[in-house]
Ligand binder design. Structure first.
Ligand code: BYC
Length: 368
């Protein structure tokens, strides 16, 4: 549903405001950026470039993982089996996005444990949007339509960002987000073509999600602390305000098609500019939510910490198993006898996860 030309106006104006005192290494690095080369993990890079990427990529990963919570809340209550299967797949995709992104950040020398600790201690941010509640099934439609729609707007330019692993991760993420956006719009269409009560649910959800989604693109360009430098490094290709405008321009006609009213009395088409004008964003609300005091910040973080603690035994078991396999494969004796990491003695006593005897019994149960 969304497309974005790749020759779009870049952040030239903000890039000009970036610091200009460069060392020879910095200058050579900047030349590579200016020539649109990808920077790869083993390449020299300024520490600040690395730090900016770790901040943004890890926060992006956290957003994907925390973002599973509001929708996960509706998996058991989806209205049909088909909607449930689709929602399950979608939420699972978001988990996958988080994992690609953690892996991309790890190429910069930060460990997954450090990133997760930063999230759990409240040091690292995640997208403000996931601190709002999902009160009805229509909220699931709105998340797909609007939140994933906004995410695509922001992420398509990231497919061309200067850091190779981040840009490549974004290509797959954007393809999946496009499916997510359509499934959300399809939920909204079904509700809007349904009974008056269903249409009211859709309107009510739009009323609650619209402004938080408009805020998702971040502070206005004049208040954005990182934009100038991120633009100079071609991490950021399109500014927060330009993305917000593109999103609104693309979304208003979609709301019209649904027969829904966007909750903004100042929204109107400006034919001269070729854009919609829109009302003032409540930046106080935005900063309140970003700084931890939104409707569900505490609950979201507590749910993540609990999930992490509940999964501790799985990580410990997987680590112990990997260590055992590692020992086996490095055992020169075992290698000589071609035994690899499988120890039949251990298997017989049920201490290994592969037990040939048990496997035999399982096979016969199946046949019976
Ligand atoms: N929420 O200088 P600025 C998804 C912070 S998940 C919270 O403009 P920057 C999905 C910003 O971090 C998609 N904080 O920053 C998942 C900075 O604070 P710090 C999530 C925000 O980085 C599941 C400060 O404000 N997408 O699609 O140049 C289900 C100043 O801002 C927000 C991404 O993460 C916010 N909304 O630009 C469904 C995209 N906005 O770090 C869907 C990748 C700003 O100095 N990230 N802040 O403490 C980006 O593109 C950029 O980081 C941003 C912000 C445009 C978000």
């Amino acid at each position: 549903m969304y497309t974005q030309p790749t020759d779009r106006k870049e952040l030239a104006a903000t890039a000009e405001r970036a610091p200009r005192t460069l060392t020879p290494e910095d200058a050579a690095f900047q030349q590579r950026i200016d020539a649109d080369e990808f920077i790869e993990p083993r390449d020299w890079m300024p520490q600040a470039y690395c730090k900016t990427l770790v901040r943004q990529i890890s926060q992006h990963a956290h957003s994907e993982i925390v973002g599973m919570l509001p929708e996960g809340n509706w998996i058991t209550r989806a209205p049909t089996l088909k909607r449930k299967a689709i929602l399950l797949a979608k939420v699972q995709d978001e988990g996958g996005h988080g994992l690609y992104l953690y892996a991309a950040a790890e190429t910069l020398g930060v460990s997954r444990d450090e990133m997760i600790e930063a999230l759990h201690s409240g040091k690292a941010k995640y997208s403000s949007i996931f601190n709002y509640p999902t009160l009805t099934w229509a909220d699931i439609g709105c998340i797909g339509w609007l939140v994933d729609g906004a995410a695509i707007m922001n992420q398509i330019p990231l497919c061309r960002c200067s850091y190779g692993p981040y840009a490549r991760a974004m290509i797959r993420v954007c393809k999946e987000e496009s499916f997510h956006q359509r499934q959300g719009y399809d939920i909204m269409l079904a509700l809007c073509r349904g009974t008056p009560e269903q249409k009211n649910l859709a309107q009510d959800a739009l009323d609650r999600w619209w402004w938080p989604v408009v805020m998702m693109f971040g502070p206005s360009d004049k208040d954005s602390t990182h934009s100038a430098q991120s633009a100079a490094w071609k991490i950021k290709r399109v500014s927060n305000d330009d993305l917000r405008q593109k999103f609104i321009d693309a979304t208003v006609p979609q709301a019209d098609l649904l027969g829904l009213k966007i909750p903004d009395a100042d929204l109107k088409w400006n034919a001269r500019r070729g854009h919609y004008e829109f009302g003032a964003v409540d930046w106080e609300e935005f900063w309140r939510v970003v700084n931890g005091d939104g409707p569900l910040n505490r609950e979201r973080l507590a749910a993540r910490v609990k999930a992490y603690e509940d999964g501790r035994w799985v990580r410990e078991a997987a680590t112990a198993y990997a260590a055992k396999r590692g020992r086996g494969s490095f055992d020169p004796d075992a290698a000589k006898h071609g035994r690899d990491s499988f120890d039949p003695d251990v298997a017989k006593h049920g201490r290994d996860s592969f037990d040939p005897d048990a496997a035999k019994h399982r096979a016969s149960e199946k046949v019976a």
